[in-house]
Design a protein around this ligand. Structure first.
Ligand SMILES: Nc1ncnc2c1ncn2[C@@H]1O[C@H](COP(=O)(O)OP(=O)(O)O)[C@@H](O)[C@H]1O
Ligand SMILES: [Mg+2]
Length: 277
């Protein structure tokens, strides 16, 4: 099932990355300029009754073409971090630079266009329009951009094939399983060939078989298309598909590790437990 699984006997121990670690060797993917460069990010939410510090000084550089999993208990700041990377919300302080572009230097309109062209975003509840077919849902971002249906059709069919949904192209969401709906959402996220796909608990509403399909698909997108995928998950089995796991605790990064890329959840679980204490 796993595309990149070495024999179990070759199972590597996770490498815990620390600030003291040596830089990666030349030629290593991790030596490339980061596609995401987050510096000293803070996010406070203020309501009339109280103030919550959701992120408290997060710095994170992500090299292109990597699959990053963000783990942490509920309320640790995972969604907030993803939303800030996607420019969906503004930080209280600190900076987010994506593909060399400082999101704070853009107008709201520029950020919206940048997001639509360079980022693909996937949510737990799929966010498909119920009255549109799978094909129309995938095409929607380009139709919003003012492009004609004929131009978009070939591209949409190619993406439906990537997510193995060609025969279901004319189905509406209520005629698709949860896993199929999420695959439509992934095809839609890939429409503009984004640099980064952001996924917030993409398998939160799916059973384990469908979850496995989604993780494999995200892994394939990284390997075959060179897209950077940043996925929030609380499932060790999902994080095991990532190149690197970033663990958040109380709005701070408590550690990062490389699960070894063999899809082994037990390695992720034990490293995660060490980091969350
Ligand atoms: N819009 C908001 N208004 C007020 N508090 C919020 C808002 N969004 C998140 N929070 C709070 O910020 C903290 C981090 O939330 P979140 O990033 O959603 O965590 P996670 O995704 O790890 O569960 C939590 O305490 C949460 O209640
Ligand atoms: Mg969340």
């Amino acid at each position: 099932m796993c595309l990149h699984c070495p024999a179990m006997s070759e199972r590597p121990e996770p490498l815990i990355l620390t600030a003291q670690n040596q830089p990666p060797p030349a030629g290593d993917q991790r030596a490339a300029p980061p596609v995401v460069d987050v510096r000293d990010l803070r996010k406070e939410y203020r309501t009339s009754e109280h103030q919550v510090t959701a992120l408290n000084g997060v710095s994170l550089q992500i090299a292109p073409g990597r699959f990053i999993a963000i783990m942490g208990s509920s309320g640790s700041g995972k969604s907030t971090l993803l939303h800030l990377i996607g420019g969906l919300t503004n930080p209280t302080s600190g900076s987010v630079v994506v593909e060399g572009n400082d999101l704070a230097a853009m107008s709201d309109r520029e950020r919206t266009v940048f997001r639509r062209r360079r980022l693909g975003i996937i949510f737990q509840d799929f966010n498909l329009l119920p009255t549109l077919t799978a094909r129309e849902n995938v095409a929607l971002p380009r139709l919003v951009d003012g492009q004609g249906t004929a131009d978009v059709r070939a591209r949409v069919d190619e993406l439906l094939a990537v997510v193995h949904l060609g025969p279901r192209a004319e189905h509406r969401p209520d005629a698709l399983s949860g896993g199929e709906q999420q695959r439509v959402a992934i095809a839609r996220a890939l429409l503009n060939d984004p640099a980064i796909v952001l996924a917030d608990e993409p398998t939160g509403n799916l059973d384990s078989r469908q979850s496995l399909e989604i993780w494999n698909l995200l892994r394939r997108i990284v390997v075959e298309r060179g897209t950077t995928v940043i996925m929030v998950t609380h499932e060790a089995a999902g994080a095991a598909f990532a190149d690197e796991v970033v663990v958040l605790k109380d709005g701070q990064i408590s550690g990062r590790f490389e699960p070894g890329g063999n899809g082994d959840a037990s390695i992720v679980s034990s490293a995660y437990q060490q980091l969350v204490g």
